[in-house]
Design a protein around this ligand. Structure first.
Ligand code: PLP
Ligand code: TYF
Length: 398
């Protein structure tokens, strides 16, 4: 039966983890996968999460099946966070939100629904993008192409080319956009650039699918979600996937959501019924624990304030690491201007290093980043910073 099965390629990023784990270099540093570690190099358990769990434990409940679309209080809390609690679109009942298995699950439910809705649409993702975007929409049955994004020479975004590609896209084209903290480059659009993108999406009849996996890691919760307000103001129907993996440090709990903004509450009701079919025929209904934690934190003022503070702490620490990395590289004798690292947002930095340089970092120094030059700044800390900077300086200087 399985004689003809071929070995599938490893995930380029998760595969790096296996290589890292096998490396016996005691000085090894993992800057590959996008995970936030604290200054001690530990994966944090947020205090707001621990407190919510303690409260839940004290009032432990039996575990029945959840509704297909998840915990109602969770979906409502997600809507409040993403769209603003007193947003008109919520009062009008125009948003269909379902609990999902992480941000990936939200993307997948959206992709499967879109495939039923508009099977011949093309999907455009940024060049480059999170590799799973391509894989996920391809597996959902779509033809996936890219719109220009990263401009290596400018150390930024080739915005004119991006906009031109969107202007040339056929009506109905699904455009996957990183709402904030672009993965992998770290370069985000300015509010004025977003406004042009939103206008183009509207004028050309494109379908915006916003992937929000890092809300709160860029400038702040509201700032990072500002593009959502622009889409609402433009009157678009659009998709938003939400991930709490990073912002709650709940990676393994698989907590996320999909929200679909519709033209009316009647439409939202019908869309929700379709999303439920996608869910039912894939995994029936979602798990309880992580969503209960997040719902609890978001809807309890004291825990919510604690979360916002802890999230701000992560954001500020990453920023400090960006500045410190630039300073250390300079101190290590790198003469080129690397200040672009501090203009980037979120967990990642496109360092500009070549694949050969990234491979040297791994083999000679035990510093693991992605061959594209992407490093996870959120894995730098005051202990490993100097050795990482020294290794990077060595390969940059040749
Ligand atoms: N989208 C982007 C851009 C990501 O970087 C990630 C990272 O994991 C995800 C989605 C998926 O998030 P999750 O782990 O919650 O599925
Ligand atoms: O880009 C990253 O590192 C994170 C984590 O298939 C990740 O988004 C990477 C690859 C993958 C799933 C998650």
């Amino acid at each position: 039966l399985f004689a003809a099965v071929e070995m599938a390629p490893r995930d380029p990023i998760l595969g790096l983890n296996e290589q890292f784990n096998a490396d016996t270099n005691p000085a090894k540093v993992n800057l590959g996968v996008g995970v936030y570690y604290d200054d001690k190099g530990k994966l944090p358990l947020l205090r707001c999460v621990a407190e919510a769990e303690a409260l839940m434990q004290a009032a432990a409940k039996p575990r029945g099946y959840l509704p297909i679309d998840g915990i109602a209080a969770y979906d409502k809390a997600v809507q409040g966070l993403v769209f603003g609690a007193d947003s008109a679109v919520l009062a009008e009942g125009r948003v269909a939100t379902v609990q999902a298995l992480g941000g990936t699950g939200g993307l997948k439910i959206g992709a499967d629904f879109l495939k039923r809705l508009n099977p011949n649409a093309q999907v455009l993702i940024s060049d480059p993008s999170w590799e799973n975007h391509r894989a996920l929409f391809t597996n959902a049955g779509f033809a996936v192409a890219t719109y220009p994004y990263y401009d290596a020479a400018q150390r930024g975004i080739n915005f004119e080319a991006m906009l031109a590609a969107l202007q040339a896209a056929a009506a109905g084209t699904i455009v996957v956009l990183h709402a904030c903290c672009h993965n992998p480059t770290g370069y985000d659009l300015s509010p004025a650039q977003w406004s042009q993108v939103v206008d183009t999406v509207k004028a050309r009849g494109l379908v915006a699918f916003l992937d929000m996996a890092y809300q709160g890691f860029g400038e702040g919760i509201a700032e990072d979600g500002a593009v959502i307000q622009q889409c609402l103001a433009a009157g678009l129907d659009f998709f938003v996937s939400t991930s709490f993996s990073k912002s709650f440090s709940l990676y393994g709990e698989r907590v996320g959501a999909l929200s679909v903004v519709c033209g009316s509450s009647a439409e939202a009701g019908k869309v929700l019924s379709q999303l439920k079919i996608v869910i039912r025929t894939n995994y029936s209904n979602p798990p309880t624990h992580g969503a209960q934690v997040v719902a609890h934190v978001l809807s309890t003022p004291a825990l919510r304030a604690m979360w916002e503070e802890e999230l701000a702490g992560m954001r500020v620490r990453i920023r400090e690491m960006r500045q410190a990395l630039v300073a250390e590289l300079k101190a290590a004798g790198v003469s080129q201007d690397l200040s672009f690292v501090t203009r980037q947002k979120g967990m990642f930095s496109y360092s500009g290093l070549s694949a050969a340089q990234m491979q040297r970092l791994r083999s000679e120094f035990g510093v693991y980043g992605v061959d594209s030059g992407r490093i996870c700044v959120a894995a730098l800390n005051s202990r490993n910073l100097k050795s990482v900077a020294a290794a990077m300086a060595a390969v940059i200087k040749g």
